[in-house]
Design a protein around this ligand. Structure first.
Ligand code: COS
Length: 390
């Protein structure tokens, strides 16, 4: 059965997220972007009303919401400001590996921290020389007695400067390529050092940091899953989070589309609103179709997960198409505004800058195409596990 009808609960959730975006995010979004303001107050309010940590299971204090529910929230909050939503949504990325494979005690402790207080966690995979090529990471974790000792540096870490704890990927066997990577939960007070906050093109209200680990010790029980399972845990995590990122891209595209259509009705050239010109109408029509298509792919990728099925292919379709759509729609929105679109006083300039990162983080559009090509050409991948032993 194919049914695109949301339940009453889902409609209410979407409405709540939209009202929050209208009331709490939109009024400050452009100012926070200009000044790269850390949105602490908004984090606390979003946490209070239950718009954060929606995927954390109920037994750890979370809402236990589904992936489609998460996408509904993510689209609305990103419509408000994708930089602020990147901050609010990042716990979903950091907690996914823990939910997939951490021990019960680690889940109780670290997931519980996020549901008991408005705290943040970060996901530490990328390194200066290991972006798309995850296997070439250099951070190491060496077992010493009942501890692991972690050394290395991670970059582009969302919320890195503000996190209470980190999911960290490190080599436990340097010679084993992707089969030598393990994942750990690392509390900030174990000695994590925040080196640098990035000054970014877009999504400037989010914190992106470089952090390092110098002989940071964690208990052996903080290992997620088994030793050397980290690469698969990372891939399974990205399968779970890419639908939400796609939803965020839809939110940016929708915001740009709305500004562009409103402006096209008001702006008069050649004696009529520019919306009367077919050149503008065709741009608006393409935006509308692509946003609709991006949302359908996004919802399908989330529903596939909610049904307990492997969603690697469809989540790459969704993430790739939605990210490219956000960039294209935001670019065309600037075009509809003409010269004014290039001026910071007008809203689409920010959306154009914000959209770019959607094609870069959580796997570039090229990596999504690579996954799509492999999944299409090598169907054996459908046999891969969707869960690991804890
Ligand atoms: N679920 C479970 N297992 C998976 C998987 C998935 N979605 N994708 C790959 N695997 C498994 C493979 O089956 C293979 O297993 P074996 O060791 O048993 O053979 C293993 O993982 C390695 O897979 P693969 O050969 O495809 O690895 P590559 O090194 O070629 O890398 C890409 C694959 C490029 C897709 C991967 O490195 C990637 O996604 N890179 C982008 C990382 C990214 O998104 N970074 C953004 C920052 S995080 S916010």
């Amino acid at each position: 059965m194919v049914d695109f009808t949301l339940t009453d609960e889902q409609r209410n959730l979407r409405e709540m997220a939209h009202d929050f975006a209208v009331g709490e995010i939109r009024p400050v979004a452009w100012e926070y972007d200009r000044d790269a303001t850390w949105p602490q107050e908004i984090i606390e309010k979003a946490w209070e009303v239950g718009l954060m940590n929606s995927h954390i299971p109920e037994e750890y204090g979370g809402a236990g919401a589904g992936y489609l529910d998460g996408c509904l929230i993510e689209e609305e909050l990103s419509w408000g400001c994708s930089g602020i939503q990147t901050t609010l949504g990042c716990n979903g990325l950091a907690t996914a590996p823990v939910i997939i494979g951490a021990s019960e005690a680690v889940k109780q402790d670290y997931l519980g921290r996020l549901t008991e207080a408005p705290l943040l966690a970060s996901f530490c995979l990328t390194e200066p020389d290991a972006g798309s090529d995850v296997s070439s990471m250099r951070t190491t974790a060496v077992r010493r007695g009942d501890k692991y000792v972690i050394n290395g540096s991670k970059c582009f870490i969302t919320n890195g400067g503000h996190a209470n704890w980190y999911t960290v990927y490190a080599k436990t066997d340097k010679d084993a390529g992707h089969r030598g990577i393990s994942a750990f939960v690392v509390p900030r007070d174990a000695g994590v050092v925040v080196d640098k906050k990035e000054d970014k093109l877009g999504q400037r209200a989010s914190n992106t940091a470089t952090i390092s680990f110098n002989d940071v010790e964690v208990p052996a029980e903080n290992l997620i899953g088994e030793e050397n399972q980290g690469f698969k845990i990372a891939m399974m995590t990205l399968d779970r989070t890419r639908p939400g990122v796609a939803a965020m891209a839809v939110g940016i595209a929708r915001a740009a589309f709305e500004f562009a259509t409103d402006y096209s009705r008001e702006r008069v050239q050649f004696g009529v609103p520019i919306a009367m010109h077919q050149a503008i109408q065709f741009m608006i029509a393409d935006m509308a179709t692509e946003i609709e298509a991006a949302r359908l792919l996004t919802w399908k990728s989330a529903v596939t997960l909610d049904q307990g099925e492997r969603n690697t292919l469809i989540s790459s379709h969704a993430k790739r198409f939605a990210a490219d759509t956000a960039m294209k729609v935001a670019t065309d929105a600037v075009q509809v505004y003409g010269g004014y679109g290039f001026i910071k006083e007008y809203p689409v300039e920010k959306l154009f800058r914000d959209a770019k990162i959607m094609q870069l983080y959580e796997g570039t559009s090229q990596i999504q195409r690579l996954v799509i090509a492999r999944e299409t050409l090598l169907p054996r991948r459908a046999e891969e596990p969707t869960a690991v032993a804890a």
